[in-house]
Design a protein around this ligand. Structure first.
Ligand code: OSB
Ligand code: MG
Length: 368
């Protein structure tokens, strides 16, 4: 397989409602799409870098730079036996996993299409239906939060995650636990606390959360290990896990008991699968995180979530939760029991809507 051409497109899509986390508020997504021409077959990937460097150092601009100026020169004219070889080819570039994943996932899609198999099967997926949860941003009031949770549960979602930050933590968790005694509930702090906040975080233990996600520094495994010793609630790492070595260190240090896998953050499907294998061997469950993706990113997340150690509901929700209209056909939908049925068409299974993508395109460049 050879990547003959790459089209990088930045599309802009307003979210149906602003999404607020401890690091900021997003109202419109700027999304870089990667269309890779692999021996005449189009494979699609979505770069999950944000508009700002507040979740990760990568942004849409850095990803474009790395894809155009470093990834493309490595990949151009190179023969790959499989998409599984792309990761190693890109190894000389340190970090910039979201940029790498944009291309790597596109090549996986193309390979699956070339072989006429669904991507989830090519990856070695073990289930054709995945469990879904939702991530609810910081709300203006507790009443609005409760209303959002009620709506999510009514739609069937199996797990509720709320974003927390100092000043919006114990009270919302307590209220939700009182209102909904039996739901699977968790919180995500996106690195908003410090180890000195352990007494406050310890108060969350009384609400039987299934986990607390990334409470401390984005690059601080040591502090998470120190905190986990003081908490009953399992810590789940998100921002801190970029590869297999990070996952191993996190587990061995006792910094986490659960890992959130995001394709962009770990550099694509090959590394995601390695992390899930490592975790499985150590009895650490994983789940698929979300990055406010448009349909292509969602489709890749669904395929990844079929791997056997993705045993906890992920942040994989419907197109409708974020977009008035998505860029794929069909849109992502959930069943009444809060699952997504995996499609069996070749590749990612969902078809990119070229007309809609063209209409949303803010800039475009072709690498050939
Ligand atoms: O920490 O999981 C996160 C969105 C943007 C950046 C980071 C995160 C999130 C979410 C949203 O929680 C999950 C989703 O896409 O539904
Ligand atoms: Mg998170």
């Amino acid at each position: 397989m050879r990547v003959r051409k790459v089209c990088l497109r930045e599309i802009r899509m307003p979210l149906l409602a602003p999404f607020e986390t401890s690091f900021g508020r997003t109202t419109e997504r700027h999304i870089l799409l990667v269309e890779a021409d692999v021996d005449g077959i189009s494979g699609w990937g979505e770069v999950t870098a944000g508009e700002t460097p507040f979740y990760s150092y990568e942004t849409v601009e850095t990803a474009r730079h790395i894809l155009r100026d470093f990834i493309w020169p490595i990949v151009r004219g190179r023969e790959f036996r499989s998409a599984a070889e792309v990761w190693d080819a890109l190894a000389p570039i340190r970090g910039h996993n979201m940029a790498k994943a944009g291309l790597e996932t596109a090549v996986w899609d193309a390979e699956a299409k070339q072989k006429r198999v669904p991507l989830w099967k090519l990856l070695g997926g073990a289930r054709d239906e995945i469990s879904c949860g939702i991530s609810i941003g910081i709300q203006p009031s507790i009443e609005e939060l409760v209303a959002k949770v009620e709506k999510g549960l009514a739609a069937g979602y199996q797990r509720i995650k709320i974003k927390i930050k100092p000043g919006w933590d114990v009270k919302p968790a307590e209220t939700l636990r009182q209102r909904f005694p039996r739901i699977r509930l968790m919180v995500d702090a996106n690195s908003a606390y410090r180890l000195e906040d352990a007494p406050l975080l310890k108060q969350l233990d009384q609400f039987f959360l299934i986990m607390i996600e990334q409470p401390l520094g984005w690059d601080d495994l040591y502090a998470h290990a120190a905190l986990q010793k003081q908490l009953e609630t399992p810590i789940c790492l998100d921002e801190s896990i970029h590869n297999e070595a990070d996952a191993r260190a996190g587990i061995e240090l006792g910094a986490c008991r659960i890992i959130n896998v995001k394709l962009g953050r770990v550099g694509g499907h090959l590394m995601a699968r390695r992390i899930q294998d490592l975790c499985q061997a150590r009895s650490v469950p994983v789940w698929c995180g979300g990055m406010l993706e448009a349909g292509i990113g969602r489709a890749h997340n669904i395929a990844m979530s079929t791997l056997s150690n993705f045993t906890l509901p992920g942040d994989v929700s419907t197109s409708r939760r974020y977009w008035a209209e998505d860029i794929i056909e069909p849109e992502v939908e959930i069943t009444a029991k809060g699952t997504i049925r995996v499609l069996n068409a070749p590749g990612i299974g969902y078809t990119p809507r070229l007309d809609r993508i063209e209409a949303l395109t803010h800039s475009k460049e072709v690498l050939a």
